[in-house]
Ligand binder design. Structure first.
Ligand code: GRG
Length: 499
């Protein structure tokens, strides 16, 4: 498309060159070596063990050589005190008897062989008669009965060592070294601390965070409780308390408010339905009442308003489609019209905005791609073009931003990654670096995850950090569905359980 849209060849060249650079530095190493994050540690440990074994073997070889050298020195010492005429005569007699002599070996070569041949009977006889005081040396030499000559030569050892090194590299080669180092310096997910952090936020009702979140408490409940479920700790909260509080947030219109006594909005309605789904309690809702509230918010052009005040945004299209799908009431809206509106928000760069012509943003892209995925209309997405735009969100630190020239933020680990998964292009980013970025944003002392390393933590980023790690298949986490933003077992229960 750029070939058609860019007239200036210099601009076109620069743009292609930048893309090539990205291909080479991010996609190529990934394509060369793709492995599951669940095996990061195992792989690192396996390679470390192989390298360690090689080093030990190489050192053992070196020690053997040292022993040989010591033996040669000892032999030399033993041989030296023998009277020169005897030694000479001995060499001479050996030369006469040596089979190699008759094969034309030079005198000097044969002499060197005799000098390092401790097991030669004549040699021992000679040294014994020449130096009775060195009996201990003779005994020592008998302890090493093999002849140095019979041992492999230095050339052999060097060849062998070369093979060992070659083997080590053959094992290490498929793993990009930078990735290996990344794994070794990568921290662990402080899962227990995050569970404690989420429970503590829920308990401290007059803390700053709780007060700030007062109006969107239902969203907070969804973020916190889904995090607990992904970590396998949903039972750490009182289910009855949560459910009775959620029901108190429902308005007579059928929609839910962010807190008791507030105004209803689709944002909180989806959160309420999602939390009930976590506890397998969607059935306690009057599904028609809730879905009627959402149906009433669809506009002529297929778009959705967030509430009675009429703001239109593709976020609300996603919420309506996702919520109605969970309630199994998708047939109550005009899905074709809803899809048509979402497609009208598609941009030339392959991304999507809030409304037609709105700038592409990773958050809106998640909403549009998620809605299209649930509606079975992903064919409207140019997967390669959008994949490019999304994978270019990864910055040097490994984190993802929401649009060009912006700072990375842990929450985009969800918005970008889930979209890439839905369009089957997740292998276009460097997953290892993203895992490290998320882990670097943890508060290792008190739990919780922040937007960027060393910032203050909050429940929103804790959820999207943990959910992002789940999408990255980080070990020990429940898998999460990229379209419904709920654990896969919860989604399966909704659609496949017989009730
Ligand atoms: C069930 C997961 C789930 C979502 C429900 C509410 C919603 C549907 C989706 C929100 C999508 C969205 C717009 C996310 C972006 C959130 C965000 C961090 C916005 C910040 O925008 P800017 O412009 O930040 O302040 P940047 O990063 O662009 O500087």
């Amino acid at each position: 498309m750029e070939y058609l849209a860019t007239n200036d060849p210099y601009v076109l060249w620069n743009s292609l060159y930048e893309r090539y650079g990205h291909l080479r530095s991010v996609i190529l190493p990934n394509a060369r070596s793709e492995w599951k994050p669940s095996s990061y540690k195992t792989l690192s440990v396996a390679v470390a063990i192989i390298v360690a074994i090689n080093i030990v073997v190489a050192m053992a070889v070196a020690i053997i050589k040292v022993v040989d050298i010591i033996k040669i020195i000892i032999i030399y010492l033993v041989q030296q005190p023998a009277s020169p005429p005897v030694s000479h005569a001995h060499s001479h007699s050996l030369l006469l008897r040596s089979p190699s002599y008759s094969h034309g070996l030079s005198t000097s070569h044969s002499l060197s062989l005799t000098a390092v041949s401790p097991t030669s009977p004549s040699f021992l006889k000679n040294s014994t008669s020449a130096s009775p005081n060195r009996r201990w040396l003779r005994l020592l030499l008998r302890r090493f009965p093999t002849s140095v000559k019979l041992r492999p030569s230095l050339k052999f050892w060097l060849k062998w060592l070369k093979k060992v090194i070659k083997f080590s590299f053959a094992v290490v080669k498929p793993l990009p070294l930078t990735s290996l180092l990344l794994h070794l310096e990568m921290g662990e997910l402080a899962a227990d601390k995050h569970v404690k952090y989420i429970i503590s936020v829920e308990k401290k009702k007059d803390s700053f965070e709780s007060v700030v979140m007062e109006h969107l408490r239902l969203n907070g409940a969804y973020w916190g409780l889904t995090t607990l479920d992904i970590l396998g700790k949903l039972d750490a909260v009182d289910e009855e308390d949560v459910i009775s509080w959620i029901l108190k947030c429902q308005d007579e219109s059928g929609g839910f408010a962010g807190n008791i006594g507030h105004d209803p909005h689709v944002l909180y309605t989806l959160s309420a339905v999602q939390v009930l789904a976590l506890f397998d309690k969607v059935d306690i809702l009057d599904a028609d009442k809730v879905s009627n509230y959402i149906v009433g918010l669809q506009n002529e052009d297929g778009s959705f308003s967030g509430d009675i005040w009429g703001e239109v945004d593709t976020r609300f299209s996603y919420i309506a489609i996702c919520c109605l799908s969970i309630l199994q009431r998708l047939d109550k809206i005009n899905v074709d019209k809803a899809v048509e509106y979402i497609v009208s928000c598609k941009n030339l760069d392959g991304g999507f905005g809030c409304t037609p012509g709105g700038e592409s943003h990773a958050g809106q892209i998640f909403c549009c791609v998620g809605a299209l995925a649930i509606a079975g209309a992903l064919h409207h997405v140019d997967k390669d073009l959008l994949g490019w735009w999304l994978c270019e969100r990864q910055v040097k630190s490994g984190g993802l931003n929401g649009r060009p020239e912006k700072l990375p933020d842990v929450c985009y680990s969800w918005w970008v990654l889930s979209s890439l998964i839905m369009i089957d292009r997740v292998h276009w980013i460097n997953k290892d670096k993203l895992v490290k970025f998320i882990l670097d944003c943890q508060d290792m002392e008190n739990g919780g995850i922040s937007d960027r390393p060393d910032d203050a933590v909050d429940v929103f980023h804790t959820y999207f950090g943990v959910a992002g790690l789940s999408l990255l298949e980080y070990p020990g986490l429940k898998p999460i569905d990229p379209a419904y933003a709920l654990p896969v077992d919860v989604v399966n229960r909704i659609f496949f359980s017989k009730k």
